[in-house]
Structures are given as structure tokens and as C-alpha cells.
Design a protein around this ligand. Structure first.
Ligand code: AMP
Length: 620
């Protein structure tokens, strides 16, 4: 989603901010919280000085959930009641997750098959929203201790590829603990903000995020102050753990002349390999000692054994660039996120591929939380005039289908969000009691050339003549890009609504393609729209005359009826097969001839009204 910068008017920065806000990186493995309460953005530590909070929750009978390091340690002894990696379950259904190997230790509540996956624990059934809320609550208590007063709200980061349901459930988790969400922010955008890249005029940024178990690459484009995610890529099963695994196999081979040591040694070997890997991030070589074996390993040798992994990540970067039709020379900055980007072998590989050193000054574990914290300060109004507020823009127009399969745009493209706009519509047929609201996205004039987002029905419209009912359709896009559409009949106030995420499944390439086709077809679309409108007008006239004849047909003699029949037949023929001029002319002829009939009806009804009949009853 594109982001637009605007300055926040009239706000002065005070030494101590008045509205405490926090930034939260709610991660799969670890979570962090940051605050700008004391002037600079700081990532908050727990009482033992740890910034990372393992995203692990242990549920026990009759006790409060335990979140973080203690829960992580308990996971080995009590796997059924200790929930980790819950972020992977957000927005999914039970049947989808039951077969995911990393969740095989849990028992899911089968009665909730259609709903969110719920894990059966000693403390009852826990779904992903509840578990995420428990993690948020632990982070928040850290912020309360630091700030000492109530938190105004939070910016919470989510992966760029998160869909509507996943975003919605992240918000619900915050709602559950009464934490107002100022904004959900894409993780790569947060990292770019942490490096202040949003203050530049333009540029392309690669955000390379290599954690313990996952790898994500995002390509962001900053143009005239607008941030857009151009392409994303990654591997949900590639991370630092794989480096540990390869290194542990190598050590096993040296120690036992066998890559597959007895099972009890596996865990110890992996932990040892992990410490060697960390050592090699700081030193050129490491002296090794495991059981009675001694040896050494240098960075070059480590790179040789892990090269396939590093190459895999570079290939993903290549694919992301290709998807966005950009070359390496067009990349202005590379931002490092995730603990595994501390490995010099990773940084070197990136530098040699992109031809420039990646940005690595900020701790790669904290960078996303820092960006979220900066954004939270701005959204809470704690920043000066010189600071900018990042706002999303709506990349494609949003509208609804009207008669003749035409699109009526309600929120035009590039409108800054959040935004709400309303427009009134009416019924097409006499006595129409319901209407389908078909929400579409795109720049073209015909529904079939746009993207269909949702359909819902508004029923209970009181019976009236065509065109008399008033239906107000309100489109509201919130700061996270969620669209709610409400349709309301204004006399009864009956309403119906739906929520959709217009950006779901839509990448930058698709947006570009939709814009390109709208430019290419602009003229053709205008003609098509004009002919459709002429056809609708013609059809409406025929319908109106038919219903008037049903009521007051005796005002016409046989000749009059025949004359109208002929002209209506001629107009119908032209609506089906004629040119726009022929339709307009036939409509005009029918209009002229039927106007005498309309005048006689008017006289008759005015006469009735003068006799005391309510005008409202006339056209029933
Ligand atoms: P994250 O999921 O972002 O917290 O990343 C965790 C991964 O980063 C683990 O595989 C760690 O072993 C790895 N990691 C953290 N610090 C270092 C370091 N100094 N050198 C190499 N890998 C590291």
C-alpha cells in the first residue's frame, strides 16, 4: 500500500510527550515494544535487560498465562500447553492448520472446525487472537512500568503479505486487552522508517529480513513522498536455524565421522553450532571443542558450507527485482532486518550482489520496533511541524456497480486514507424492494473490466416508483486500508454493510496493469459508457410508460396505444441493435409522443388532489 507524507499542523514537541504511544513488533518468534516517551525512541527491556520477548505463552490451570523466556523454557517439558509461533495461525481455519507439522503437538478443538483454530490447554481453549493478546499484554506491562501512565495507543507491525483476516485478527488481539491501535504498519515500511528513508524525496529500498526460521524480502518504492510495496518474496522455511543445522552436521562429521550422531547429542550439537555461528559474526575464525574433539573453522569455510542458503536468498532478491522490472543499479538502499543479517557472510553476499553496502547501523532485531515507535509518536501527535505523518493512499478507485453494468466511482484513486465518502442511489424498477450492492475496484467504466471485491444485499426497501427511494451508500477506508461499505435506505433507516480489504491479493504489478489498461481504453470506455447510459435511459422510459398505462391506460384511445406501442418497439430494437444516435433519437421520439399522455395524467391527478386525496397515494 502506498504511503503519503503530510505534515501534522500546529503540533509542538515537548520535552516529555503528553500522549504516551508505543510501537510493537509482534513477531513469530520474538516480540518487542518501543516508546518515544522520553524524547528518543527506545526499545524497552524487561527487568533483566532483555529486549526480546519470546512470542511463547504457557497456559496453566488456575494461573495467569506465562509469556516469554520462562514459557519458552517450559515448551520442552509441557509442549501441549505452551503455544509458540501463533502468528502463523492468525487468519486461518482449523482444518488448514491441523496438518502443519510445527503444530502437531497441539490438540485443536474440532468443534470449531469452521472458525479460528483453537488449541486445547489446561487453562481452556485458546485461539490465535487470545494468544496474541496475551503476548501484547506482557509487552504492554513493560511499557506501563517504563511510562507509568496509560498508553494512548499502539502502532503494530504486520508482514507486508498479511491479508485482511490476518490484519483484522491482529487488531482484535489489541482490542481484547483494550489497547487502541493507531495503525497497523507493514514491517518493511517500519524498517525503512527507522532508517529515516521516508524523509527522502524518492528511491527504491530493499528490505532483507532473515530471522531464525523465516526469510522475507520486500521492495519498497518511495516516490514524491509516497511509499509503495512494489514486490515481496521469501521463504517461510529458511533462516538462521538452517545455518545451525548445516554447521552441526559438519561438526558431527568431524567428531564422529558421521553426520547423524545419536539423538541425545543432536540438541547439544545444534546449540554448540549456534554459538560457533555467533562467534564467527565477530571473529575471523573459531577454535572448536566438542566432546574430546578439537578443531577450528574460519569464515571462508563457514561460507563455503552455507553458500547454498545465502545464494537462495540472493535468488529471491533477484526474483523480487524482476517482478518489479527493476535492475540492481536502481536500488538505492538495502535495509537489514532479523538476527541472521548479523552474519558477515550474508552482508558480503548482499554487498557484492547490489554493489553497495547494506544499512546495518541499527540493531537488526530492533529496527522494525523502532520504526513502529517513530510512527506511533507521529500518530499520537507528539511530533513537531517538521516531522511527517505517513498516510496511505488508495491506489485504485473504489465504487459500485450501477445499472447497465456501469461503475460509479465513490473513492477515486490516490485519495489519502482514512477517508469516508457517501453518495445517494435509487431504485431502477417500480416496487423494487431490494438491491444488490456490488463493490468494485479499478479505473475502467464497465464492471467486467474492474475487480469485484464484494457483493451484499440491502432488503426491506419500501415499495415506491422507480427513482423515488433514496439509498445512501457510504464507503469508509480506515487507516489500515480496510474498506467498510454501508448501504442505508433513508426513509426506514434500514441498513446493510460489509467489510473488505481492497489490497488483498493485489500487488504493485496488478495495480500498474489496471492503470495501464484504463489509459489505453479510456476512449473506448467513454463510448461504451455513453451507449450504456443511452440504453438505460431508453429502457427506463419504456418501463415508466408501461406502468403508467397499467394505471391510467384508459386515458388513451386505441390509436394512441398503437402509436406508443410502435415507438416503444422501435426504441427496444434500437436499444438492442442500434447506434447511440439511433437510441437517442428513438428515445426522443417516444418522449415527445408520450408527453401528451403524461400531461393528461397530470391533469387527472391534480384534479384528484384538489378533491382532497393525498398526493402521496397518487402513484401507488
Ligand atoms: P530473529 O528471528 O530475527 O530473532 O533471528 C534469530 C536468528 O538470528 C537466530 O538464528 C540467531 O542464531 C541469529 N543470530 C542472532 N544474532 C546472531 C549473530 N550475531 N550472528 C549470527 N546469527 C545471529
Amino acid at each position: 500500500m502506498a504511503l503519503l507524507k503530510i505534515s501534522e499542523p500546529g503540533k509542538r514537541q515537548s520535552a516529555i510527550n503528553t500522549k504516551p504511544a508505543v510501537g510493537i513488533d509482534l513477531g513469530t518468534t520474538n516480540s518487542l515494544i518501543s516508546s518515544g516517551y522520553r524524547g528518543n525512541i527506545e526499545v524497552l527491556a524487561d527487568t533483566s535487560g532483555q529486549f526480546l520477548l519470546p512470542s511463547v505463552v504457557r497456559y496453566g490451570k488456575g494461573v495467569r498465562p506465562i509469556v516469554g523466556w520462562m514459557a519458552k523454557e517450559a515448551a520442552i517439558g509441557d509442549p501441549q500447553n505452551t503455544v509458540s509461533s501463533i502468528k502463523r495461525l492468525l487468519g486461518r481455519g482449523t482444518s488448514e492448520v491441523e496438518n502443519m507439522p510445527q503444530f502437531e503437538q497441539y490438540t485443536f478443538d474440532a468443534s470449531r472446525d469452521e472458525g479460528a483454530p483453537a488449541i486445547i490447554t489446561e487453562a481452556g481453549v485458546k485461539d490465535p487472537i487470545q494468544v496474541s493478546a496475551d503476548i501484547l499484554s506482557e509487552l504492554l506491562s513493560r511499557a506501563h512500568d517504563y511510562i507509568g501512565e496509560d498508553i494512548e495507543g499502539a502502532v503494530i507491525t504486520v508482514p507486508a503479505y498479511f491479508n485482511d483476516a490476518q490484519r483484522q485478527q491482529t487488531k482484535e488481539a489489541a482490542n481484547l486487552i483494550g489497547l487502541p491501535v493507531l495503525r497497523l504498519l507493514n514491517e518493511p515500511t517500519a524498517a525503512a522508517i527507522a532508517y529515516g528513508l521516508d524523509s527522502k524525496e524518492e528511491g527504491n529500498v530493499i528490505v532483507y529480513d532473515l530471522g531464525g526460521g523465516t526469510f522475507d524480502v520486500s521492495l519498497l518504492c518511495l516516490k514524491k513522498g509516497v511509499f509503495e510495496v512494489l514486490a515481496t518474496g521469501g521463504d517461510t522455511a529458511l533462516g538462521g536455524d538452517d545455518f545451525d543445522y548445516i554447521l552441526s552436521n559438519w561438526i558431527a562429521k568431524q567428531v564422529y565421522s558421521d553426520e547423524n550422531p545419536i539423538l541425545e547429542e543432536r540438541g547439544r550439537l545444534i546449540a554448540y553450532a549456534n554459538s560457533v555461528k555467533h562467534h564467527l559474526s565477530l571473529h575471523e575464525s573459531a577454535d572448536l571443542e566438542f566432546n574430546n574433539w578439537r578443531g577450528s573453522l574460519n569464515r571462508k569455510e563457514f561460507l563455503e558450507m552455507c553458500e547454498p542458503l545465502v545464494k537462495k536468498t540472493i535468488n529471491t532478491c533477484r526474483r523480487v527485482l524482476r517482478d518489479a522490472s527493476l535492475s540492481v543499479e536502481q536500488i538505492d538502499n538495502i535495509v537489514m532486518v532479523g538476527g541472521s543479517t548479523r552474519m558477515p557472510i550474508v552482508r558480503q553476499a548482499l554487498e557484492s550482489y547490489f554493489g553497495r553496502a547494506p544499512l546495518a547501523a541499527i540493531d537488526p532485531d530492533k529496527v522494525v520496533a523502532m520504526g513502529a515507535g517513530i510512527q506511533a509518536e507521529v500518530l499520537a501527535g507528539n511530533k513537531s511541524d517538521n516531522d511527517f505523518l505517513l498516510l496511505d493512499v488508495n491506489p485504485l478507485s473504489l465504487g459500485i456497480e450501477t445499472m447497465g453494468e456501469l461503475v460509479e466511482k465513490i473513492i477515486p484513486r490516490n485519495t489519502t486514507i482514512p477517508v469516508a465518502k457517501a453518495q445517494e442511489f435509487t431504485t431502477f424498477k417500480d416496487g423494487q424492494t431490494s438491491m444488490i450492492i456490488h463493490v468494485v475496484q479499478g479505473e475502467r467504466e464497465l464492471v467486467s473490466d474492474c475487480r469485484s471485491l464484494a457483493r451484499f444485499e440491502l432488503g426491506g426497501i419500501p415499495k415506491m416508483v422507480a427513482g423515488a427511494a433514496k439509498i445512501r451508500v457510504t464507503f469508509q477506508v480506515d487507516a489500515d486500508g480496510l474498506l467498510s461499505v454501508v448501504a442505508q435506505e433513508l426513509s426506514t433507516l434500514k441498513m446493510s454493510e460489509i467489510q473488505v480489504k481492497p489490497s488483498f491479493g493485489l500487488d504493485a504489478k496488478a495495480i500498474e496493469e489496471m492503470l495501464r489498461s484504463s489509459h489505453q481504453n479510456a476512449e473506448l470506455d467513454m463510448e461504451l459508457r455513453a451507449i450504456k447510459e443511452a440504453q438505460i435511459e431508453g429502457r427506463q422510459l419504456i418501463d415508466a410508460i408501461n406502468s403508467a398505462r397499467e394505471i391510467d391506460g384508459d386515458l388513451l384511445d386505441e390509436l394512441g396505444h398503437n402509436h406508443l406501442d410502435n415507438l416503444m418497439h422501435e426504441l427496444s430494437e434500437n436499444i438492442s441493435n442500434g447506434t447511440i444516435e439511433e437510441i437517442r433519437e428513438a428515445t426522443e421520439r417516444l418522449n415527445r409522443v408520450s408527453s401528451d399522455f403524461a400531461a393528461s395524467r397530470m391533469d387527472l391527478h391534480i384534479g384528484h388532489a384538489l378533491k382532497g386525496e393525498a398526493i402521496d397515494n397518487i402513484d401507488r
